[in-house]
Write a protein that binds this ligand. Structure first.
Ligand SMILES: *Cc1c(COP(=O)(O)O)cnc(C)c1O
Length: 466
């Protein structure tokens, strides 16, 4: 018996022992019968045929809608802005920035058009560009990597730890070269990276740390809000994110000088604060224009007061759901670093191991789970399989900035292979969405029961090729 098999059979024994607790049709315990009365749809579904094979689904009720918008409380600020006719950046943007900085316990916050441009502006103002290497995780959204490329720097991948889904700190130092200028820890899915380790490595090698906290609103590591631990942090307020504005993002930092420079750059390079230049009127530096609008900021101000309670609810429900599903063989929920004391749970991740499900493919598992009324996703596909990095290497600008040897894409791809990331993307990762965690414990029971029902029927599903 190998290590994995032993773990699985141990997990199975403890699963059977505790089946009464979460009663996923393994046996009908008194606690389940009690639950039946209050929640008949669950009981019906759990004991029956998989929904994808014609049985009744564990859950027929919907899920909380996202974004949550309450006209009575949320529209006042937005209407005021619309009626004022002041729509370009002014006082409401400043008010939102002050409120966001306060929520994070950080000195300064600058709002821009979106998270992608927050990253682009921040990297630019850290003077990261041609000839520089930036350490990034492969398990992230495209924008983390494109922000590096758009500034003319080269991304260097550090593989993920499959247990935490985060950049593996043990693998960072091997990737540092004399050209390395920065690390972008991405708190992916809203779970904290191992910031103590990353900050120590950055200090030793004098690297900038730019946190991509675009999924990590109000999450904490060692009591500090994510995005405020490194030299700067970036946030996204895109529609799906935990603080949704539609299109907006923020750069936060404890450095006034840095935020002033970013402010100048995101508004035509005009003088701002300590980035004054003092050359009379006009732009002091070359800048772009990615500033926010007043109505975006008004939406942010309307929804920010709810974020704290929503984050607490997500953490509570996630812990409960985790405790239930980790007992199911072949379901391995996220692990947290010791000092990761609060998550944002933009997504709730677990790893699916098909060996424990009679070889049922992850795709078939996801389809079966959706049929039971539980939305879910397989998450990211490997960025390396997309053509945008190669395209950047072949661009006119890159050819002026780098030698042909430096732009040997195949060589770069070989050096940046990330086998753990490939396993997560192609085989194991399953995501549940943040809005699902805003419901009740009964909702979490439904998710756990649906997964357990699929596990119970894995043989049948696998044979049916479902
Ligand atoms: C959403 C996201 C971004 C980009 O933010 P936008 O507001 O969509 O531009 C960057 N990084 C990560 C990890 C994200 O999830």
């Amino acid at each position: 018996m190998n290590h994995t098999q032993r773990n699985n059979s141990e997990a199975r024994r403890s699963f059977l022992k505790s089946a009464g607790v979460f009663a996923a049709g393994m046996m009908l315990s008194p606690s389940l019968s009690a639950a039946n009365n209050s929640h008949p749809s669950t009981a019906l579904g759990v004991s029956g045929k998989p929904a994808i094979m014609g049985g009744s689904p564990v859950r027929t009720a919907g899920w909380p809608k996202w974004p949550i918008w309450n006209p009575a409380t949320d529209e006042k600020r937005v209407t005021e802005v619309l009626r004022s006719g002041v729509w370009s950046r002014a006082n409401v943007a400043t008010e939102f920035e002050t409120a966001w900085a306060k929520a994070l316990g950080v000195k300064r916050s600058l709002t821009v058009v979106n998270g992608t441009n927050a990253l682009i502006v921040a990297l630019n103002q850290f003077d990261i560009g041609a000839g520089d290497e930036v350490i990034v995780p492969p398990y992230t959204f495209i924008a983390t990597i494109s922000a590096v490329l758009l500034n003319g720097a080269i991304p260097v991948f550090v593989d993920v730890d499959r247990e935490t889904f985060q950049m593996d700190p043990d693998k960072i130092e091997a990737k540092i070269t004399p050209r390395t200028k920065a690390i972008i820890p991405v708190h992916i899915l809203g779970l904290p990276c191992d910031m103590d380790r990353i900050m120590a490595i950055a200090k030793k090698h004098k690297l900038v740390v730019l946190e991509d906290a675009c999924q990590a609103h109000l999450a904490e590591y060692d009591g500090k809000k994510l995005g405020t631990i490194g030299d700067a942090g970036c946030f996204s307020f895109q529609n799906s994110k935990n603080l949704p504005i539609g299109e907006a993002g923020a750069i936060v930092s404890n450095s006034d000088v840095f935020i002033d420079k970013c402010f100048s750059y995101q508004q035509y390079g005009y003088p701002f604060g300590t980035a004054s230049g003092g050359i009379g009127i006009g732009s002091t530096v070359l800048g772009t224009k990615v500033r926010t609008s007043e109505y975006a900021s008004a939406i942010g101000l309307s929804l920010l007061p709810r974020l704290e309670q929503e984050t607490a609810t997500r953490n509570e429900n996630a812990a409960y759901l985790k405790s239930k599903i980790e007992k199911i063989p072949g379901i391995i929920p996220y692990k947290l670093y010791p000092k990761a004391n609060r998550c944002a749970f933009h997504l709730f991740p677990f790893r699916y191991q098909k060996q424990a499900f009679k070889g049922l493919s992850r795709d078939a598992f996801l389809k079966a789970l959706r049929a039971e009324g539980v939305p879910c996703s397989s998450g990211y596909t490997p960025l390396m399989d997309m053509s945008f990095i190669k395209q950047a290497f072949e661009s006119k600008n890159f050819k002026k900035m780098y030698s042909a040897q430096e732009l040997d894409y195949n060589k770069w791809a070989a050096q940046n292979k990330c086998p753990n990331n490939d396993i997560l993307c192609n085989e194991e990762a399953v995501w549940l969405y943040q809005y699902m965690l805003l419901g009740t414990k009964t909702d979490m029971d439904d998710i756990a029961n649906a997964i357990a029902k699929i596990h119970k029927n894995a043989d049948q599903l696998s044979k049916a090729g479902k």
